[in-house]
Ligand binder design. Structure first.
Ligand SMILES: Cc1ncc(COP(=O)(O)O)c(C=O)c1O
Length: 370
């Protein structure tokens, strides 16, 4: 709050020194050369796709188990989104499905580290190298995720992050692109601020007026200092929040072990999970209640629940405009029909967590088919 107030007192609200500090802190946290702060992960994904120099008809492969922003970024960049189904255990994109979808038009794969679980990047990167494909990581759930000692967002070519209000750290709205590729990063930076020539944000500085030049038809995707003021301090608390979510995650696993519901798979060796979503699976033939009835009963018990996500081919826009059929992505479809995300915010008290557990058990224990 003091940092936000400081921005207000200095009357520097837009992109400025705090955005630069947040970028360099984030790059240091990620052990990577470059970070560009933007106003959402959607913007980060869009600009990352645009940095590929796409031609009409180019294809980008991604997962059907993601938020619509992943798909829309591909569409708005002018490419064709191609879906590859998930692994039913990890819920991450399945490398064997990616391989089946590669064509001469494939330019990139966007992997999503779903719920904070690292995708198995070695075989994906091998495939990318073999076919000359760029890897973009959608790390909206995965700020703290690691794979074999390397941090999510540094495992491919470009990493995209979200600081939306529900994310592991937040700036209200906000995002970041990270990369070691200087030319892609400088293009992304330019496109994020109208396509203006380098460092145009300094054009009103004390050292006098500087002309700016429009190099591309860009976007208004820059982060504000007001947002970065929050982000700088959120980043300093990231491990504390992570430990609190991990504790809640383990408490839920313990509390639900005897129920006939699907629970998150155990965390793979040599990886770090970001514990962004704790998602259970409600299959009516196992528990005698439908997923939607369960959502309703939880809401009636005053517990906030979510669905992450209905699979992408279920949404009307994609149905109308693409030839995807839900049965072609059976694992994503089945998960999307059974998934329920339980609260896992570090702000939950121990009593809150017990209230969630009691509500789940009360609803399911009587209903379970023996
Ligand atoms: C997997 C995934 N990708 C992208 C986004 C978009 O993030 P933002 O809201 O910062 O644009 C989200 C947000 O929920 C997400 O969950």
């Amino acid at each position: 709050m003091d940092e936000v107030l400081d921005s207000m007192k200095k009357a520097w609200l837009g992109t400025g020194p705090k955005v630069h500090l947040f970028e360099s802190d984030f790059a240091e946290y990620k052990e990577i050369k470059y970070a560009v702060a933007v106003n959402s992960c959607t913007a980060a994904l869009h600009l990352s796709c645009l940095s590929l120099g796409l031609q009409p008809g180019d294809e980008i492969i991604t997962t059907p188990m993601t938020f619509c922003a992943t798909i829309n970024a591909i569409i708005h960049a002018g490419a064709q989104p191609v879906l590859a189904d998930i692994d039913p255990i990890t819920l991450n994109i399945d490398v064997r499905e990616i391989e089946k979808k590669i064509t001469s038009r494939t330019k990139a794969v966007i992997v999503v580290h779903f719920a904070g679980r690292a995708c198995d990047m070695d075989p994906i990167n091998d495939l990318a190298t073999k076919h000359g494909i760029i890897i973009i990581e959608d790390c909206a759930h995965a700020i703290e995720t690691e794979y074999k000692g390397k941090k999510a967002g540094t495992l491919g070519d470009l990493g995209c992050f979200s600081f939306y209000a529900t994310k592991n750290i937040t700036t209200g709205e906000g995002g970041m692109v990270i990369s070691n590729d200087e030319s892609k990063i400088s293009q992304i930076k330019m496109l994020a601020l109208h396509g203006l020539s380098h460092d145009a944000w300094t054009r009103f500085s004390d050292s006098g007026y500087k002309h700016y030049y429009v190099e591309e038809a860009g976007f208004k995707y820059n982060m504000m200092d007001l947002q970065a003021a929050i982000g700088i301090h959120q980043l300093r608390r990231i491990d504390d929040y992570w430990k609190k979510r991990k504790k809640i995650w383990n408490r839920y696993l313990d509390a639900f072990g005897d129920l006939n519901i699907g629970l998150p798979a155990s965390v793979e060796n040599d990886t770090r999970h970001a514990y962004h979503l704790f998602t259970i699976r409600i299959n009516p033939s196992n528990v005698g209640i439908s997923r939607d009835e369960f959502l309703e009963a939880m809401t009636q018990s005053n517990i906030g629940v979510g669905v992450h996500y209905l699979s992408i081919p279920e949404h009307p826009y994609y149905k109308k405009n693409f030839s995807w059929r839900v049965e072609d992505f059976p694992h994503a479809y089945a998960f999307g029909r059974e998934a329920v995300s339980l609260p896992i915010s570090p702000k939950l008290t121990e009593q809150d967590v017990e209230d969630v557990i009691n509500a789940v058990r009360k609803i399911l224990v009587n209903k379970q088919i023996k």
